[in-house]
Design a protein around this ligand. Sequence first.
Ligand code: FEO
Length: 163
Amino acid sequence: MLGEKMLNALNKQVNNEMYSAYLYMSMSAYSTYIGLKGFANWFMVQYQEEMVHAMKIYDYINSQDGQVKLMAIAQPPTEFASPLDMFGKTLEHEKFITKCINDLVDLAMEEKDHATNIFLQWFVTEQIEEEANDNEVISKFKLVGESGNALLMIDKELAARQK
Ligand code: FEO
């Protein structure tokens, strides 16, 4: 059984995760448009991960006899200054999501909602990986730069991502 505050906050997080999916789908589309298939693959895999995140919360709300209420998904950006800019924006967005998850945990603790607190621990751990993945790619750019050859090399690496 979820309290009203917790239910509303979880529904908002479904929306945040759906927006994340939409954002990375937009980045994948842009990458395809500019001819970077590896980047397009990386962001499409990330899109799929975000859909899994949204559905985990969706299923949890249902399992607690709460009502899932879907909200409008904001339009994501469609133009990016560079491939590195996409990863800068991705990391910035994931830091925002980490804060959202931490706020949800704080609320679960305030509400003494132990089940939701335990449920959210998976997301706490997942956010460490999410930020680390972005930092890893940004580090590659720092190492090799953003020239044509460097971009193609990073694109080849990002093409290998499967999950
Ligand atoms: Fe679902 Fe990338 O956080």
